[in-house]
Write a protein of this length. Structure first.
Length: 203
């Protein structure tokens, strides 16, 4: 199937995704489905092959590709991601300290990583950036990022909040609309990200 739903409006396209999945299960045969729509690929596939410039970039389940991308291309192509060039600083006890290039901002990452000498980028999903509210110093998490909100994009159930660190590094965080109702541009907040949510990449 070569982009069979590309000319349909959004609601009909979503309905047809379900219909096609049902037909595939009933027939019990493999469908090869070609699409440039990442959300469609995630919703319909049991196994995805991501192609880049005619070469296979990664193969895996939707969850594997989303949670463990093997390159910046896959991290950016499947879903949304904050991607930064980084320099490895220190490796200790399974925790890798990296510095975002030219910013001086350092982060601790604990995701399975390539050899420190090969680390060149990191990827952080917007939903992995959490807004810290009302925590005492004793509860302070690792990787606290004081930022100022520069833009808010309303996605309905969620807000895509663009935040800038004093190092001039911009992060995109995903915050529930109900929880973030009082947020506004030029407001200073703190974000945090778990070390395991920072994916270290070589390319």
């Amino acid at each position: 199937m070569d982009e069979p739903l590309s000319n349909l409006d959004l609601k009909l396209r979503e309905t047809m995704r379900i219909e096609l999945k049902d037909v595939q299960r009933e027939l019990g045969i493999t469908f090869v489905y070609v699409t440039h729509d990442q959300e469609e690929a995630m919703a319909m596939s049991d196994r995805i092959v991501v192609m880049h410039e005619g070469v296979i970039a990664q193969v895996g389940s939707p969850s594997e590709l989303y949670r463990a991308p093997q390159s910046t291309f896959v991290a950016d192509f499947i879903g949304k991601s904050n991607i930064f060039a980084v320099t490895p600083i220190a490796d200790g006890g399974g925790i890798q300290r990296v510095r975002i290039a030219e910013s001086g901002l350092e982060l601790l990452a604990s995701s399975p990583a390539p050899a420190a000498s090969n680390i060149a980028f990191c990827s952080i999903r917007p939903e992995a950036l959490r807004w810290i509210e009302g925590q005492t110093p004793a509860e302070r998490p690792i990787n606290v990022l004081p930022v100022k909100i520069v833009k808010i994009v309303n996605l309905g159930a969620y807000l895509e909040v663009w935040c800038r660190h004093q190092s001039n590094t911009t992060f995109k965080a995903l915050i529930s609309a109900a929880r973030g109702a009082q947020l506004a541009t030029d407001v200073s907040i703190e974000l945090t990200v778990e070390p395991a949510a920072i994916k270290l990449l070589t390319h």
